[in-house]
Design a protein around this ligand. Structure first.
Ligand code: HEC
Ligand code: HEC
Ligand code: HEC
Ligand code: HEC
Ligand code: HEC
Ligand code: HEC
Length: 498
């Protein structure tokens, strides 16, 4: 290193790389490559892969790598041009002329090597910190502020508020891993362009197939037995008459080792396997179902209208998310939200017609949050001009709106229906509607009568609730016109509830 390096026009082409620009490019390229390896390793070893990591590892790091390579080439090109012009070497600012016996060169070299090491260290530290930032729920929920706000809000009020987004949103396996990487990059791109779907469609279509995501925490073999639930409603009348339903849900279990295979959780692919075809992305329209029981007996059910050859459609395995599709992002219907507020005393049940009027303003459509706030306040004020309770009523109505309706993203309970029951969306009745018939033409899917999934042990209000029937009451519907059992046809919000 001590001899003079003095490139001449005839010197080897490699020597043309000996200029400060190319050298800086090399440092940058090495740092970027180093960052890529590091991010890749961290990502491989992390418990959950993070979709946005793809952006760092496969977009940002390579971008810097390319920039480094471009600098190297630029230095090379400038140097070549200089040599072609036959300029004397000493005049060039680009020529690297290092002589370590010269104190100035020694100082420069120390500064350069030190600087490069520092740069490498900062790159490593920076990438690692950015990685951690991207792991956090607030990154997922807040960075993509507008598009993900509805899901983030709903998540914060869910049973899974302590569970990380990535725990559910990344399916297991290498293909899922690669797909999420691509998805993450695509989403960031749409976020920047602002042309994302409103409402956001299913993020990762494979999420639902990934039963394992839920089963890292919930054990599908667990026998739940019966679960008692109370639904507290208030009717749309002047006195907001309470109407409560108490029921025993036959959740059951699916593994004979841990209890009888029975009830709702008998679907869970431990003893029985259930497959289906859905004609739409949301999986609302399910015309064909196949069940394989513990003895290997196969039964196919289809609706009368569906005559297609099944090989034309993808067949899916039923899993947790075909019922629990909103475990972390449930948007309450106006009816349920208002019932809850009255039950908790946040809406005064003594305000005449409160249930009906608040549901009505919530169910109307608005194009922005500001518009909704103004119109809701104005119409409630017009309904109760003399009443000083109206301020509290408006405040609670706006709070319900804020947590459950996102007009800018068009996200609410209608856009993202919950499949767990059958009142507000067809949910269980997508299959259990008595219209999916076996080949013999007489049997429909078992479990389609009112007592198959639950028993109504008490219903009504006050003293009526003390009358308990362990065999299950027939459901008493407020409206005597109720004849069609497809509740969602009236309750799905398409016809306004009065
Ligand atoms: C307990 C599991 C779970 C957790 C935790 C979770 N999600 Fe979800 N998420 C789901 C399921 C299930 C769906 C619906 C998938 C479907 O219908 O195919 C979903 C759907 C979504 C959608 C698509 C739009 C929609 O509403 O259907 C977005 C966006 C989303 N989640 C964002 C997030 C964010 C951001 C977080 C963390 C703040 C998060 N999720 C945490 C399970 C979860
Ligand atoms: C990282 C762990 C974890 C994962 C993954 C997870 N859960 Fe949970 N789940 C929990 C915890 C914690 C609770 C709250 C238990 C409690 O406090 O009672 C819970 C509660 C529930 C409940 C009952 C509460 C309710 O909402 O009514 C259901 C149902 C449920 N989870 C379904 C799911 C489904 C479906 C998935 C997959 C999409 C899933 N969970 C993924 C940890 C998890
Ligand atoms: C056929 C629909 C269906 C499938 C499939 C299903 N569940 Fe459920 N599950 C229910 C219903 C209905 C309840 C009753 C509670 C309710 O209504 O919220 C329930 C209750 C639960 C509960 C709460 C039990 C309690 O004590 O409150 C958990 C946890 C749960 N399910 C997890 C899962 C997991 C994990 C899977 C997948 C392995 C799964 N479920 C598959 C319908 C289903
Ligand atoms: C994709 C279609 C599908 C959906 C959606 C569905 N089920 Fe099922 N369910 C089936 C099939 C198929 C069987 C097996 C019935 C048979 O063997 O005839 C079954 C069986 C049952 C059984 C046992 C019935 C018996 O007598 O053996 C119960 C209870 C049940 N389902 C409840 C529910 C509940 C509650 C929901 C909604 C949360 C639901 N199911 C959603 C297809 C479905
Ligand atoms: C395939 C299973 C299944 C069948 C069949 C079924 N239900 Fe349900 N039902 C459910 C589940 C699951 C829920 C609970 C939903 C939840 O957790 O919010 C429910 C909830 C209810 C509720 C309480 C809803 C509320 O908000 O108050 C009533 C009332 C009800 N069912 C009545 C009926 C009647 C009447 C029938 C017969 C026409 C029927 N169900 C048939 C599964 C079923
Ligand atoms: C023909 C239309 C129609 C059908 C079908 C229908 N409902 Fe209703 N339901 C209504 C109307 C309208 C009201 C409001 C009456 C009131 O509150 O005074 C109502 C009220 C209710 C209420 C009490 C108040 C509240 O919170 O909304 C419950 C619970 C209910 N329905 C459950 C069901 C269930 C479960 C089914 C299916 C088994 C069903 N309904 C089928 C029209 C219908």
């Amino acid at each position: 290193m001590s001899e003079e390096i003095s490139p001449t026009p005839t010197a080897s082409r490699l020597n043309r790389l000996r200029n400060w620009l190319s050298l800086a490019g090399m440092v940058l390229a090495i740092a970027a490559f180093f960052a890529f390896i590091l991010l890749f390793a961290v990502d491989l070893m992390a418990a959950h892969a993070n979709p946005y990591m793809g952006i760092l590892a496969y977009v940002v790091a390579p971008m810097f790598l390319l920039m480094g390579l471009a600098l190297i080439l630029l230095g090379y090109a400038l140097e070549t041009r200089r040599i072609r012009k036959g300029l004397p070497e000493k005049d060039s600012a680009f020529v690297l002329n290092i002589n370590l016996s010269r104190p100035r060169d020694r100082r420069l070299m120390v500064a350069f090597v030190g600087g490069s090491l520092g740069f490498l260290f900062l790159t490593a530290f920076g990438s690692y910190e950015t990685y951690h930032l991207m792991e956090t729920n607030s990154f997922c929920g807040e960075t993509c502020h507008t598009p993900m706000e509805p899901e983030y809000k709903a998540y914060q009020h869910s049973a899974h508020a302590q569970v990380d987004c990535v725990a559910c949103h990344i399916g297991p396996g290498t293909t899922a891993y690669i797909k999420t990487k691509i998805n993450g990059v695509k989403q960031m791109y749409h976020q920047i362009l602002g042309d994302f779907d409103r409402p956001i469609k299913i993020l990762n279509p494979n999420l639902r197939l990934a039963q394992e995501t839920c089963q890292t925490c919930h054990w599908s073999q667990k026998h739940f037995g019966d679960v008692h639930k109370t639904y507290r409603h208030f009717l749309a009348d002047e006195t907001n008459t309470p109407f409560t339903v108490q029921m025993i849900l036959k959740v059951g279990g699916s593994d004979p080792v841990h209890g009888p295979v029975e009830g709702i959780h008998s679907h869970m692919n431990v003893s029985n396997k259930i497959e289906f075809i859905a004609l739409d992305e949301e999986r609302l329209n399910i015309p064909w179902v196949r069940v394989t029981d513990a003895n290997g007996k196969v039964t196919e059910y289809r609706t009368e209208e569906f005559r297609d050859d099944i090989s034309k459609h993808p067949i899916r395995n039923m899993d947790c998310m075909d019922c629990h599709n909103r475990p972390a992002h449930n948007f309450a219907s106006p009816n349920d939200a208002v019932d809850q507020s009255i039950a908790m005393g946040r809406i005064d049940p003594a305000i005449p017609w409160a249930k009906a009027k608040v549901v009505k303003v919530l169910a109307a459509s608005y194009s922005t949050r500001e518009e909704a706030h103004e119109k809701i306040a104005a119409s409630l004020r017009a309904e109760y001009p003399e009443d000083q309770r109206v301020d509290a009523l408006i405040k609670e109505t706006l709070a319900i709106y804020k947590n459950n309706f996102f007009p800018e993203m068009k996200a609410d309970w209608r856009a993202h229906p919950n499949f767990i029951g059958h009142k507000d969306s067809n949910g269980c009745f997508r299959c259990h509607d008595g219209k999916h018939m076996a080949a013999n033409g007489t049997d429909s899917i078992k479990g389609s009568d009112c007592n198959a999934c639950h028993l109504i042990v008490a219903q009504g209000a006050g003293q009526e609730l003390e009358k308990v029937n362990p065999k299950g009451f027939e459901f008493f519907h407020v409206d005597s016109e109720y004849t069609e059992p497809n509740c969602a046809e009236c309750h799905n919000g398409q016809i306004q509830e009065e």
